[in-house]
Design a protein around this ligand. Structure first.
Ligand SMILES: [Mg+2]
Length: 228
């Protein structure tokens, strides 16, 4: 019998990858419009190359990108701030929950405690929750700052169940990343559910989750199964 359901945020509840692609395109366009002589595709590729090496949450992406071009201080700052504004505009426009997330969470909230474990910095995770209208739905939100450890460390998972007041076995974790979410939650002793729809690279053989859902609302059936 489970008492709590804990979710990963990015790509599980939100289409974060879609937002990152759109915001990178908008930033590339803004940089070119500011006067940097580079193609939008080239700039877009370089933004993702920086995410690849520095991590998707890296906070100095545009500074690092523009440092690779010979620009005077005037154009450098113009392009950087244009990129930041373009990125922020997309953040406000695009960060929305995936279909059926709000209704499903409201339903689950009637019977279970709900939590979040995110590797995002605390302020970014909360901004995403607020922008997507999910900020009132969770009893506990654990972010990177809470344990200073990233998934698949078991620490953030142990922290969230402790704060929710349940044992690991009384909690189900739902996440899109097989290596970080599923392995980490399993190590901490939680039941696991892979959000396949958010997976960037899915492999049937490597899927060790207890449950797998193709759409977010599939979680209702999983929970029913656990009740029986
Ligand atoms: Mg995720």
């Amino acid at each position: 019998m489970i008492k709590a359901i804990v979710f990963d945020l990015d790509n599980t509840l939100l289409d974060f990858s879609g937002f990152k692609r759109e915001s990178a395109l908008a930033a590339a366009k803004a940089i070119r419009e500011a006067g940097v002589k580079a193609g939008e595709r080239e700039l877009y590729g370089k933004i993702f190359a920086i995410y690849e090496t520095r991590g998707i949450e890296y906070q100095r992406t545009f500074e690092e990108l523009l440092s690779g071009y010979v620009l005077g201080p005037h154009l450098h700052e113009h392009a950087k701030q244009a990129a930041i504004i373009a990125y922020e505009k997309k953040k406000y426009a695009l960060l929305r929950p995936r279909p059926k997330v709000v209704g499903t969470l409201k339903k689950l909230k009637q019977s279970y405690k709900l939590g979040i474990v995110s590797d995002a910095p605390r302020e970014k995770a909360w901004q995403r929750l607020i922008l997507s209208g999910l900020d009132h739905l969770f009893d506990v939100v654990v972010t990177y700052e809470d344990t200073k450890e990233l998934k698949p460390s078991k620490q953030p998972f142990l922290r969230v169940v402790h704060l929710l007041g349940v044992s690991p076995r009384e909690a189900l974790f739902v996440g899109d990343n097989p290596e970080r979410d599923i392995i980490g939650a399993k190590k901490a002793g939680l039941l696991t559910c892979l959000a396949k729809y958010g997976c960037q690279r899915y492999s049937e053989e490597e899927n060790v989750a207890d449950f797998t859902i193709e759409r977010f609302e599939g979680i209702v059936k999983v929970v029913k199964e656990l009740e029986e």
